[in-house]
Write a protein that binds this ligand. Structure first.
Ligand SMILES: [Zn+2]
Length: 424
């Protein structure tokens, strides 16, 4: 068992150094195998393939995947488990992961031990490629960014820091642990960085990994200042695990293209050009029990037209613009993706450690800020006017708070859209 995992990890570890042609052959083989398996053995895909006019003989064609429609979160939710599981699967081999999505709803992800091991190996690979050693002490956030069952195969010296404990307690744990790797959601890593700086605690991890949330330049700077090393950005989701990771070049993130097909689609369903922002749609090669084909995970990103200077052949995602539900609705009813623009405005504000824009009504914004005394009443007025102008909002209210609480699953979101606040 352990030997199998070690061999799997060693193989996976070398893949990013394959030639582009060799990687492409491997990918095509895995894509074809996934597609044939899903469309022959999984009821929902059998049906979708038939409805799309895909005959069994067509499944090995290079563009067969594109004949299938995109599956949204809502579609997935509506499918009964038996519709998603491959025929002949032993019931006791199905692993159900109960996860809380970004909006707090519970989703069931069905998979199997092999898929879980592969996901774990993918995380370990991403760390090994940025300087992690298997004997390193790791401080990781808990409740974790990854369900317990998905974590790297038995990292022996992993220590968990509970994110919702008082910050002094978390710092004391870190001071004792002296981890060589710190990993967690971007907002958590930044929070402990700021607290460590304020407390005069010197931590010098070799690797700092910030996952799952958009990492702004301001966050990156503060983390670098506190830990003496720039964070490594990673992009993952519950449904398929780690999607893309930064190498030490830190210019875009390498897509795990050997483990999944990542398509970037325009609203009309055609493929976006390199460097053009589009919806991230994933076909997972890892999960044979309940395959996921052309799954729209709800994020926007762009693939790079350039290879990475490091020489790894895995393609680069250059921009991940976060969740598409991070939108603000303007007074005239039009929408704007707020996360990146908001980050740009907030970068210039002094004294704000964290923020969250909540939209309670169309054309309005409540901005929660964790601010120190440098952020004065005049700054507050200026910021409100600036945001109102930038987003064409009728009203912006700034509200100070001691702490912006992370949502379900520990993720702190810069924007909570109207669709979610109004539902409460
Ligand atoms: Zn690279």
């Amino acid at each position: 068992m352990l030997l199998r995992k070690a061999v799997q990890l060693a193989r996976m570890h070398r893949t990013p150094w394959r030639s582009i042609a060799s990687l492409e052959r491997l990918r095509q083989r895995r894509l074809r195998r996934t597609l044939e398996h899903a469309c022959r053995r999984v009821p929902c895909y059998q049906r979708l393939a038939a409805e799309s006019g895909l005959r069994p003989a067509d499944l090995s064609a290079p563009d067969a995947l594109q004949a299938l429609p995109v599956t949204t979160k809502r579609d997935l939710h509506a499918r009964a488990p038996k519709d998603r599981i491959a025929a002949g699967t032993r019931p006791d081999s199905v692993v159900t992961l109960h996860t809380s999505g970004t909006t707090g709803e519970i989703e069931d992800i069905l998979c199997d031990r092999v898929a879980i091991d592969l996901r774990g190996a993918a995380i370990t690979r991403s760390l090994l490629h940025v300087g992690y050693r298997l004997t390193d002490r790791i401080a990781t956030q808990t409740p974790s960014t990854t369900p317990a069952s998905l974590r790297p195969p038995r990292v022996p010296r992993r220590s968990e820091i509970t994110f919702n404990r008082p910050i002094e307690e978390q710092l004391a744990q870190l001071a004792e642990l002296r981890p060589r790797v710190i990993e967690g959601y971007a907002s958590w890593v930044e929070q402990i960085a700021v607290a460590a700086l304020a407390a005069g605690l010197t931590l010098r991890p070799a690797v700092v990994v910030a996952t799952s949330e958009v990492l702004t330049e301001a966050m990156r700077d503060r983390i670098r200042q506190a830990f003496g090393v720039a964070p490594i950005d990673q992009y993952s989701c519950w449904e398929v695990g780690l999607i893309a990771w930064q190498c030490r070049e830190r210019r875009g993130m390498h897509v795990n293209a050997d483990l999944m097909e990542v398509e970037i689609l325009r609203p009309d369903g055609t493929h976006a050009e390199p460097d053009e922002l589009g919806a991230v749609v994933i076909t997972d090669f890892q999960n044979r029990t309940a395959p996921l084909l052309r799954y729209d995970i709800g994020d926007l990103a762009a693939l790079s037209s350039e290879p990475c200077a490091c020489g790894r052949s895995l393609p680069l995602l250059t921009r991940v613009d976060g969740r598409r539900n991070d939108v603000l609705i303007l007074a005239d009813g039009s929408t704007v993706m707020a996360t990146t623009v908001l980050a740009g405005v907030m970068r210039e504000v002094c004294g704000v450690a964290a923020y969250q824009a909540r939209q309670g009504r169309r054309g309005e914004m409540n901005l929660l800020v964790e601010a120190d005394p440098r952020f004065r009443a005049a700054d507050e007025r200026r910021l409100a006017a600036r945001l109102a102008g930038t987003f064409q909002l009728e009203r912006v209210r700034i509200e100070r708070t001691d702490r912006i609480e992370p949502g379900a699953g520990g993720k702190r979101r810069p924007v909570v859209p109207l669709s979610e606040t109004a539902a409460r």
